[in-house]
Design a protein around this ligand. Structure first.
Ligand SMILES: [Zn+2]
Length: 85
């Protein structure tokens, strides 16, 4: 199947390899074998990959924040313990 946007031949792919165009949406009538459920699965796969990448970054940031928070909290506790003597 040719991509309607960039005219790249993509064979049986539903998403253009070059520009990422969702071809099964452009001509839903020609692809009746793909039900709405299957489209939803495809969408979930694509979105899942993107969300997975974002989640990894978010998770790293959260871990960094929590770790630094506990480091600071521990240092404050130490200082107060030593200072309070
Ligand atoms: Zn394309």
């Amino acid at each position: 199947m040719k991509c309607p946007r960039c005219k790249t031949e993509n064979g049986n792919r539903t998403i253009c390899a070059k520009c990422g165009y969702y071809m099964y949406r452009a001509d839903v009538m020609n692809r009746k074998q793909m039900t709405k459920g299957q489209q939803a699965v495809e969408d979930t796969k694509i979105v899942g990959k993107k969300v997975g990448k974002v989640l990894k970054v978010v998770w790293m940031i959260v871990v960094l924040i929590v770790t630094s928070f506990w480091l600071v909290a521990g240092m404050v506790w130490l200082v107060s313990m030593l200072g309070g003597g």
